[in-house]
Every structure is written in C-alpha cells, then in structure tokens.
Design a protein around this ligand. Sequence first.
Ligand code: SF4
Ligand code: ZN
Ligand code: ZN
Length: 313
Amino acid sequence: MICDVCKSREAVVYQPHTGRRLCKECFIEDIRQRVKKEAEKQGLLKASKILLAVSGGKDSLTLADTLASFIDPKRLVAFNIVEGISGYNRKEQAEKLRKYLDDLGIELISTSFKDSVGYTLDEMVSSARAKGLNISACTFCGGFRRKLINDAGRQVKADLVATGHNLDDEAQTVIVNILRGDVKRLVRLGDVPLKLSDKFVLRVKPLRKIYEWETTMYAFLKGFEFQEVECPYISARPTLRAKVRELLYLIEQQKPGSLLRIVEEFDKISELVRQHSPKEELPTCKICGEPTSYGREICKNCELMIQSGLLPQ
Ligand code: SF4
Ligand code: ZN
Ligand code: ZN
C-alpha cells in the first residue's frame, strides 16, 4: 500500500479520522504540523521559555520531540517528578528520558514528592488509609503534581507550562466537566489559555488535538522506549472518567473523528462563554498562599494533608 500523501513510500499507518494511509515520514510530519498549529494558537511560538512537564511516557516524549522540531530547544526546559510509587518510578526509565532529552538538546530538571512535599505518594496514601479516609492516590497525585509543576515554572521563569495531555484526555475532561456541571472549570479548557491568577504560570496542552493512539505511534516510529508499566494506582482512577473513556472509545470506533469534533466544537463554545463571563481572579489558600478554587479558603492539597494527619490543623 502506497502513502496517500507522498504517493511514493510504503504506508505504515492508517489514520481513521482522515481515511488516509501514511508512510512513517508523512505521519511524523502530519503530527508535527498539527502540534505546531495548536502551539501557535496557545502562544508557544512567541514564548521565550517553556517548561515541559515530562514523565517518560509516550505523550511526554512525543511532546518534547514535536516541540523541538519547530522551537529552539534552548527555550525548552523539561521537568520530571518522581511521585514515589513503589514499582512504578524506575531508575532505568529516568535515565532513558534524560538521554532522549539530551539528544534533543533540552535541559532536564527534576524533583520528587518526598523532597518537595515531605512524603512519597505511597506515604500519603497509607496515611489517609490509616485515618480511615477513602482518598484516591490520583487525587493526591494530580493536586501535588500541579503544584510542583507550577512552582518549577515560576522557578525557571517560564512563560508557559506545557503538558502532554492528548486528545483522548481532553475530550474526556470536556465530557466529565459537563456531566459534573462544572462550568468554571469547563471555560478554563478551550484552546487559548486563560490566566486566572498571577501565581499561575499559564498551562498549555500542545497535543490536545492528537489522538492517544497517534502519540503512541509517533513515539514508536521515532524508536523511543517509553514507560509502559502501568501505575499500580490506575484502577483507583475516578470511576466517572473511566466510564466516559470507555464510552468515547466506542463512539470513536463507530464514527472516527468524533473526539476531534467534541474538542473543536467545545473550543468554539468556550470562546463564546468567555466573552460573556467576567474574569475572576482565583482566591489564595490561607495556609500555603497558593491559588485555590473559587469559594475555598484552603486549597485542596492543604486540605488533603490535614485530613490525612500530615499537616497540623
Ligand atoms: Fe498518579 Fe493516578 Fe496517574 Fe498513578 S494513575 S500516576 S496515582 S494520577
Ligand atoms: Zn508519505
Ligand atoms: Zn494550600
């Protein structure tokens, strides 16, 4: 089978949402161009420094590689967090990540939950359990990762923080927030980043229009050996998101391109809603001084630590 784009090389990938068969080179170029288009909208091309949140998984490697193809790697700094999950945070994987980033000319800085927060994720989870609380590991993990990424962004004076969230993640987030009726969080999505506090480095998702299978294929075709071990806490992921994920896969299978349409149409709605809603600055946490959600005096992270007995009340 010949590639539908260059009409010369052998096709190796079928892209259901476009109905095209692509060779390795044309597939890589297609992904880079789509990431560039999204990056332009999100202001990455004009930023002088961008922090990349990387885990060593396929999405973060695809993020680093695609961005480095059209942004000077000296303007990129990668940031890795070791959560402290036994059997998951492996040394060899961290070394591979460092090597790939070195090859791309991207500096890597890292930290761990233990060094920055004082506890590993495993310790947080067991403390909460000992108190009889049913707080999922992902709740701790997501909140503290967000905080550490923001801290690192401020530290390196980044204009933007880029994460490796892909189209599947983004479509799930849109639907989950609709089902929860969380309009304020919904409006924050959208393709143009929204600054809600001076303490937040703007977060962007350059891969938000790239399917998860495409980031996997990109990393595979580039020869990256990525972290394939699943986090042992994955089964504790919030159930609503897991159900939405399953449902969206079924829909995408029957009607390829559906996820892309959900996110693209949502971007248009979000733009309209933003025009009509006043921009409110986020309140600040009374304990740590970081921005917190509307209506809260103490941020979720501090609240979790107090509940788990890891922070005095
Ligand atoms: Fe963190 Fe949950 Fe992801 Fe594991 S599955 S890395 S605990 S967010
Ligand atoms: Zn081709
Ligand atoms: Zn706080």
